[in-house]
Design a protein around this ligand. Structure first.
Ligand code: ADP
Ligand code: MG
Length: 252
């Protein structure tokens, strides 16, 4: 298991957002975490990515205990995430947004550029190639010089995913990647995510949309009122009466 969440709870003031949730993500799988709005999905996601320390429980990434680590420390170990609202620079182009991501490039400081101009050029060229390839994979080559501000919500979401992939993560966490995207682009996104898995990436997808998740995931966990109430393959989840009840609003 590349990611293990063990009995994690998160309390905000008096509110119990996540309660003793446990689940695992297998290497190279596409794992889903679903649940109605307010179930605690984003809270759990933020605990995994290091944006919140859990109130209780432990999280292991590649067998190392990462609960308590900062988001940066976790990202450096190979776990990337996208945000529900894309984080790129609206007034920069798609290509520029991808180019600014890789950390620790030579040339970040002007004097390093002067000392080793050739190395800087080579590195920049490598980063540019990587960005080009990602945009081609994602079907966004034509938009490479467009400002983020001028993209559709769906395109901006896909650029956000491409930005995270510039970091070469082993695991990518996605929070509601399909929200606000038209059905054609949703289909495109599904193809892109399946291709990434084929290339070796592990994906954990958080969503409340059962349809989107079931067309992608190998295995699904269902969160309701902060607790994991079901797990299984998409077929098993659809047949689970407890899940159907929660989704039809049978229990509050
Ligand atoms: P989901 O992503 O499944 O819709 P969230 O994790 O966003 O659910 O929210 C779970 C519960 O925790 C909700 O009741 C929400 O209002 C609450 N919550 C989330 N984040 C915070 C926060 N930073 N402070 C206080 N309450 C929060
Ligand atoms: Mg959420």
């Amino acid at each position: 298991m590349v990611l293990e969440v063990k009995n994690v709870s998160k309390v905000f003031g008096g509110l119990r957002a996540v309660h003793e949730a446990s689940f695992q993500v297998k290497e190279n799988s596409i794992t889903g975490l679903i649940g109605p709005n307010g179930a605690g999905k984003s809270t759990l996601f933020n605990c995994i990515a290091g944006y919140y320390p859990p109130s209780a429980g432990e999280i292991f990434f590649k067998q190392e205990k990462t609960s308590g680590f900062t988001a940066d420390e976790i990202a450096k170990r190979g776990l990337a995430r996208t945000f529900q609202t894309p984080q790129g620079f609206a007034q920069m182009t798609v290509m520029e947004n991808l180019m600014v991501v890789p950390k620790g490039q030579v040339g970040e400081k002007p004097w390093q550029g002067l000392i080793n101009g050739k190395k800087v050029k080579e590195q920049e060229e490598e980063i540019r190639k990587k960005a080009f390839k990602l945009l081609a994979d994602f079907g966004l080559s034509e938009q490479k010089n467009d400002l983020i501000a001028n993209l559709s919500a769906g395109e901006a979401r896909i650029v956000e995913i491409a930005r995270q992939l510039m970091l070469d993560p082993e695991v990518l966490l996605l929070d509601e990647p399909a929200a606000g995207i038209n059905p054609a682009l949703q289909n495109h996104l599904i193809q892109v995510l399946l291709k990434l898995r084929q290339q070796g990436l592990t994906l954990l997808i958080v969503d409340h949309n059962l349809g989107f998740i079931s067309s992608l995931c190998d295995y699904i966990y269902v969160l309701h009122l902060g607790q994991i109430i079901a797990e299984g393959t998409p077929q098993e989840i659809f047949r689970n009466p407890r899940v159907v009840e929660v989704y039809l609003g049978g229990i509050a």
